[in-house]
Each structure stands twice: as structure tokens, then as C-alpha cells.
Design a protein around this ligand. Structure first.
Ligand code: SAH
Length: 360
């Protein structure tokens, strides 16, 4: 049994066509239909001989309902600012979230790398349901195509900040990045991989990226969330297996291997990690490190009682870091009216995953 076609490059598609008794140019036609035209099923690829399509339909691939490998849209939720969250259904009956975020001339797609997540960070809605499975390359690329189709705009940026932990699915994440750049024409620098940290995987990410993609120019974002090990473990239980010093050492090695600076994400939880002493400790921890800190005010989720900090507290934290010469920005909240926090939409709809809204 073979994998579906989405995710394959031009020469792999040419080989695939030849293995199926067709001329190589059929592979190039498929490439055009998969990526430029965004075909959803083989039926739509009318340039292929009908007998060939019928032959393929009788031998479906592994891990998809159809050779193309696209998902079904189960639900769509659009916020006032245009942020569009899609709930997509997989061939095996699971559902995952992907979000399109429009902003002055940009369209960022926030993609999932897994269905669910095993990391169980306390403030994260996705973690509450555990892991179902990792996504295959076609299921990652499909999310970008779905957002392009629904929003009728070419995505300019992709961030792996949806459901799941990308460093537990490195092979598929790198293959998807390769496809987004080679086949959909995106730039590696417009792609961000976000991780909460899994011991021993960061050097592997850098080495495999250099091997498979020839360079590692995408941005690595590390979800730090606390300036010390004790507080970090309170918020991220899995952090006990990966001391903060070891995580930072691996980040330094990553910078050395790739030549790219690392971005640190820091969720601000009112009263817990947003006090002046935390800003001081964070600046101390990152002293001399080629990095950037992105502050994320907490998006409230149903299962936890954490507080979203007041705008003045967010601003004070930002100013304190700046005064200590740390490069810092605050992530603007987008689409708060569309179940903004990662995994929230899926949890709200759990148990009622029949198409709620059927787009035309
Ligand atoms: N597992 C990866 C990527 C998915 S989460 C990681 O942890 O980085 C993407 C980002 O959203 C992370 O920085 C995560 O901490 C943040 N996040 C999760 N739940 C959130 C919430 N309720 N409010 C604000 N940010 C949240």
C-alpha cells in the first residue's frame, strides 16, 4: 500500500506515474492539479485518462480515502477580524484544527502537527484530551490548502502552533516544510516551528533539516513560559524530564548549527509568572543569548482558572524586558471570539462532530 500523493514533489510524482504504467508527464500534470489547482479528488483531475482513474480508485492508498489525500471540512468559525478557524476531518474519523489569520498583506496559517497532544501543558485546551495520533505529511499540507481555498488568498506564513508537539513528529513536519517551499513556493523564513521542548530532539531537528532541506532557515520558537525550572514544571508537567538549563543549552547548539536566532514564547498568566521578579529572572536567564521573546497573554480555556493579565501588567512586563536589553514583542490577540485558544473549538464540538456548518 502506498501513501497518498499530496506532499510528493514533481520528480516523485513522475516516478509514481511511471510505476503505474503512465508517462512521466502525467506526474507533472498531477503536480499542477495538486498544488496550483488544489484538486480535492482524482475525479476532478480530468486530464488523466478515465481508465487510469478507475484503476486507481479500485486500489486506494494507505492513510487516506482518496489518492489526493485531502480532508473534509467539518466546521468553520469566522471571527470579526477575519480570523478563520477550520475543523477538519481525517479519513479515520478524527478531527483537527487549523486557523487562517489575515493581517496587512499577510495570511498566516496556524497548522496542527498532531491530533491532540501528549504534552499536557496546564493552560492548553489541546492537552486536556491527550494524543490521538501524529499527522502524516499530506494532512499537514492539506491544512494550508484548505485555508487558501476558504479564504481565497495565498498563505504567506505558516506557524506550527496548532494542535500537537511538532518535535514528536519531526519527519512529517520537515517533509511538509519541504513541500510548502518546493511545491507551493513559500519561503522557509516565513515558517515557524514551535515546541515546548522534548529532550534530545532539538539537535536532531537541526541535523535532519540540514540533511533533508539543505538548510534550516525556518524560525524555531521555544515555549519557555517561566524563568526557572520549578515554575516551569508547575505549568508544564513534562518539563521535569528536561531541565531548563539543558533546554537552553540545546537552543544554543541549535543557533550554532543553523545560524538562526531562537524565539522564546512566554505565556503571561496573571499573578503566576507576570510579576516584575519574573521579568528580571527571565532577562537574567537569556543574557547574552541571540533570541527574541514573544509575550502571549493567556487565552482563557474552560478547564482552568488561570487569569488573563491586565493590559497594564503585560505592558509593564514588556517594558521591564526592554530595559534589560531583551528583544521583545507582544502577540496581539486575534479572533478571540472564535475559540481562539489552541484546541478550544475541537473541545467545544466534541461529541457533535457531524458537519455543523456546510460550506457551499
Ligand atoms: N506544542 C507546541 C506548539 C503548539 S502550542 C508548543 O507548545 O510550542 C502553540 C503556542 O500556543 C505555545 O506557545 C503554547 O504555549 C500557546 N498556548 C497554548 N494554550 C494557550 C492559551 N490558552 N493561551 C495562550 N497561549 C496558549
Amino acid at each position: 500500500m502506498a501513501a497518498p500523493l499530496l506532499g510528493m514533489g514533481r520528480s516523485a510524482l513522475e516516478q509514481w506515474a511511471e510505476q503505474h504504467g503512465q508517462a512521466a508527464f502525467r506526474g507533472r500534470q498531477l503536480h499542477d492539479w495538486l498544488y496550483a489547482k488544489g484538486a480535492r479528488s482524482l475525479d476532478q483531475v480530468s486530464v488523466l485518462p478515465k481508465a487510469f482513474r478507475e484503476q486507481l480508485a479500485s486500489q486506494p492508498p494507505e492513510g487516506a480515502a482518496d489518492w489526493i489525500g485531502r480532508s473534509r471540512e467539518l466546521h468553520r468559525s469566522v471571527a470579526r477580524d477575519g480570523t478563520t478557524k477550520l475543523l477538519l476531518g481525517t479519513h479515520d474519523g478524527l478531527s483537527l484544527e487549523t486557523v487562517g489569520i489575515p493581517a496587512e498583506g499577510r495570511l498566516t496559517v496556524c497548522v496542527s502537527s498532531q491530533v491532540g497532544c501528549p504534552m499536557a501543558c496546564r493552560f492548553c485546551a489541546t492537552g486536556k484530551g491527550g494524543l490521538q495520533r501524529s499527522l502524516a505529511v499530506h494532512e499537514i499540507v492539506d491544512q494550508v490548502l484548505c485555508v487558501r481555498e476558504v479564504m481565497d488568498q495565498r498563505p504567506s506564513h505558516v506557524v506550527f502552533m496548532g494542535m500537537g508537539e511538532p518535535l514528536l513528529n519531526i519527519e512529517a513536519v520537515l517533509a511538509a516544510i519541504d513541500c510548502l517551499c518546493t511545491d507551493l513556493g513559500m519561503a522557509q523564513r516565513q515558517i515557524t516551528v514551535s515546541t515546548v521542548g522534548v529532550a534530545r530532539t532539538l539537535p536532531q531537528l537541526a541535523e535532519l533539516a540540514l540533511q533533508r532541506l539543505g538548510r534550516a532557515q525556518f524560525t524555531l520558537a521555544v515555549s519557555l513560559h517561566a524563568p526557572d525550572q520549578a515554575l516551569r514544571e508547575q505549568l508544564i508537567p513534562t518539563a521535569h524530564a528536561y531541565p531548563i538549563e539543558a533546554l537552553l543549552e540545546d537552543c544554543r547548539r541549535y543557533v550554532a548549527l543553523t545560524g538562526r536566532r531562537v524565539s522564546f514564547e512566554y505565556i503571561l498568566l496573571g499573578g503566576l509568572n507576570d510579576q516584575p521578579r519574573h521579568a528580571k529572572a527571565l532577562a537574567q536567564l537569556l543574557r547574552g543569548f541571540q533570541s527574541h521573546v514573544n509575550l502571549i497573554p493567556y487565552n482563557p480555556i474552560a478547564e482552568e482558572e488561570f487569569q488573563r493579565p491586565a493590559p497594564a501588567a503585560v505592558d509593564a512586563f514588556r517594558r521591564s524586558l526592554q530595559e534589560q536589553h531583551v528583544a521583545v514583542s507582544v502577540r496581539a490577540s486575534r479572533g478571540l471570539d472564535a475559540d481562539a485558544a489552541c484546541g478550544q473549538l475541537r473541545r467545544r464540538l466534541e461529541g457533535s462532530l457531524e458537519p455543523v456548518h456546510s460550506p457551499a
